[in-house]
Design a protein around this ligand. Structure first.
Ligand code: AMP
Length: 360
């Protein structure tokens, strides 16, 4: 168990690392952020930082000597980096979840192995395999690279008339999966925390709307029945327990319309704090960021009780330029990530708009 004044290492210096570091400071813990980008937003809020590549083993060695444990804000950390650190200090969440979530094929196979439904899928390594899987699974469908996809990158929507040879070429001839199209009614996510003692705590279920395949809003509560919410919670906790997970975990789910035998289908998971949990900062007793820090520090999990309704809106690119109005809004909690350069499609901040709680 970490003591106040101890230091947690964070791999990755983006907004998620920044918000974790802010939460750690609130608990009297320090953070040391390791990131190759000299302009990392998290550097601005931590006492200790290392700007070096993830393959710089000298820098990693020194980093390991200065921290009590390591966590991370993104799942695509090179495996040898994690292995190197793990030989020296605890890296949390553990190895199994990184291996599982770095690869869409492994991830979907894992979901099915613990009884959580997914879209139909097939492993694809060539244009020929793509054509034959498209026949079996049917079109429309999505072809996605197995690794390194996010915010809709590394995936192509295939219509019945799409030329599959050129789609395969556009994807880059990379190991992929074909995923059946899910005619979902809503996208929801469940955010669950688990600590080493096996205690779990799950936030209320949120509903997500994407624009240009980037998260646009998260609304809480989601417009779903109590039974669906209960099932979503069960899925989050089942995944966390199956992985003997330590930290905060997000599972993105598709909700199918009434009439389908399986109404919830898992899309993907993230072994970290998640954009669809930013609302917890303003509407819950303990935010997802603090919860993650508590879990990796070996502290008791905090209270996930929600005291307000909330709509979180991501501020993408130029949206942040409206800060004079956004900061003047009653009921609005504006959060800027302090990124110097505004770029199209870049997550620059978010605003949580809270209102009195309407249901349990
Ligand atoms: P992903 O990168 O897998 O999270 O996909 C990004 C977004 O694409 C999701 O949030 C959905 O809106 C959409 N999407 C992904 N997979 C499917 C699918 N199998 N069926 C329908 N829509 C999907």
């Amino acid at each position: 168990m970490l003591q106040p004044g101890d230091t947690i290492g964070i791999l990755g210096g983006g907004q998620l690392g920044r918000m974790m570091a802010l939460a750690a400071a609130k608990l009297g813990l320090h953070c040391h952020v390791f990131c190759p980008d000299p302009h990392s937003p998290a550097f601005a809020v931590t006492a200790y930082s290392t700007c070096a590549n993830y393959e710089d083993y000298n820098a990693l060695e020194q980093f390991a000597e200065q921290v009590a444990c390591v966590t991370y804000e993104f799942e695509n950390i090179p495996a040898p980096t994690v292995e190197f650190l793990r030989g020296r200090i605890p890296v949390l969440p553990g190895d199994q979840v990184l291996k599982t979530s770095q690869d869409r094929l492994t991830e979907k196979t894992f979901f099915q192995s613990i009884g959580i439904p997914t879209a139909g899928f097939a492993e694809i390594n060539s244009a020929e395999e793509l054509k034959s899987a498209a026949q079996t699974l049917g079109l429309p469908a999505l072809v996605k690279t197995r690794r390194f996809g996010y915010d809709g990158k590394g995936q192509i929507f295939l219509k019945p008339e799409t030329d599959l040879d050129s789609a395969w070429e556009t994807l880059g001839d990379l190991p992929a999966i074909l995923e059946a199209y899910v005619p979902f009614e809503r996208e929801i996510s469940v955010i669950t925390a688990r600590n080493a003692q096996g205690q779990t705590a799950t936030y209320d279920i949120a509903e997500n709307v994407h624009r240009n395949q980037i998260l646009h809003t998260t609304t809480i509560p989601a417009a779903i029945s109590a039974e669906i919410a209960q099932e979503a919670r069960r899925i989050g906790e089942t995944v966390a327990n199956a992985l003997e997970y330590v930290g905060v975990l997000a599972v993105e789910l598709f909700l199918l319309p009434e009439g389908y035998a399986q109404r919830l289908v898992a899309n993907e998971m993230a072994p970290r704090v998640h954009n669809s949990g930013h609302w917890t900062e303003s509407a819950c007793t303990v935010s997802q960021f603090e919860q993650h820090i508590r879990a990796v520090a070996g502290w008791p999990l905090g209270d996930t009780t929600r005291h307000s309704d909330c709509v979180m809106t991501n501020l993408i690119g130029q949206d942040i330029a409206d800060w004079p109005n956004l900061t003047a809004e009653p009921g609005g909690a504006f959060h800027s990530y302090g990124k110097a350069e505004i770029r199209d499609g870049r997550k620059m901040g978010h605003i949580n708009r809270i209102s009195p709680k309407t249901n349990a």
